[in-house]
Design a protein around this ligand. Structure first.
Ligand SMILES: Nc1ncnc2c1ncn2[C@@H]1O[C@H](COP(=O)(O)OP(=O)(O)OP(=O)(O)O)[C@@H](O)[C@H]1O
Ligand SMILES: [Mg+2]
Length: 260
């Protein structure tokens, strides 16, 4: 009796379609002992009335390569703020952020920008795609910035989009895509350079349940297969449950789920 092979899941396809990139070999070695360490992170904002809003009041945690970690908490708890600090998009008031041997909190803006382009994949809550570009161009852009030729970058981008059921949308301007489609484009864009750290901020907010689960599985599978760290801020309970650990942000501090 012949064995019927099930078609590869789109998650597998996405991972298989992203070839190891020679230019990033140094990153591959570096990820072997990749770890993220966040210590006593504090961040406050001032309100228009001049009051201090203490959002992060001493956040500490560590994550290892290969781990997908969910960060949950009420709206306004500081999840996006935490991801922005870890990605070096905003400065902390106090505390340490070290990724591998790179000191995010001590790097100059120029070094940080270079490091981020090479090592960090960002999926924003409001995905920030470039509306003048089509879907494939948006996904290909980080590769082209990293000096991959346009033809090769576009080929990888089209494959990646196809893996998340967007094969028929590659040439669409992103402004013509639905919210959920745009979110899937943003996930493809974040993974296309094979980053060591993926910061995903509510990556499934506009997606229906099946696509949300698929995006979650994609990110978790990415972490495991690449030895990368995925930090995923979400309100989606099912998505959080797919991750290896759940951290709860509450009253300015992070707690391991179950110990709140
Ligand atoms: N630049 C800023 N200036 C002033 N306040 C800010 C600023 N950025 C964030 N905040 C405030 O900090 C708090 C945390 O915001 P943040 O966006 O991190 O929350 P969140 O947990 O991501 O919420 P959500 O689940 O709604 O996305 C909120 O009360 C927000 O209003
Ligand atoms: Mg947020």
């Amino acid at each position: 009796m012949s064995k019927v092979q099930s078609p590869k899941s789109s998650v597998e396809n996405l991972l298989l379609n992203v070839p190891a990139n020679d230019k990033h070999r140094d990153v591959g070695l570096w990820t072997l002992d990749l770890g993220l360490s966040v210590t006593d992170l504090r961040k406050s904002f001032s309100s228009p009335a001049g009051e201090r809003l203490e959002v992060l009041q001493g956040v500490s945690f560590a994550a290892d390569g290969g781990e997908a970690v969910a960060i949950v908490g009420a709206s306004g708890a500081g999840k996006s703020t935490l991801l922005h600090l870890i990605g070096g998009l905003e400065d902390a008031d106090h505390g340490r952020i070290v990724l591998g041997s790179f000191e995010v909190d001590r790097a100059s803006p120029a070094t940080l920008a270079k490091f981020r382009r090479k090592h960090i994949g960002l999926v924003f809550q409001f995905h920030h795609l470039l509306s003048d570009l089509n879907a494939a161009e948006n996904v290909a852009l980080p590769l082209m910035i990293a000096r991959t030729g346009r033809r090769e970058a576009m080929t990888q981008a089209v494959q990646s989009l196809g893996s998340l059921a967007l094969g028929s949308r590659v040439a669409h301007p992103v402004g013509h895509l639905s919210g959920g489609e745009q979110q899937r484009v943003a996930v493809c864009r974040a993974l296309i350079t094979q980053p060591s750290l993926v910061l995903a901020d509510e990556p499934t907010g506009n997606l229906d349940a099946s696509f949300a689960e698929e995006i979650g599985e994609t990110l978790v599978a990415y972490a495991r297969s690449r030895g990368a760290i995925v930090l995923l801020a979400t309100h989606n309970e099912r998505l959080a449950q797919l991750c290896d650990r759940i951290l709860v942000l509450k009253e300015g501090r992070l707690h391991e789920s179950g110990r709140v």
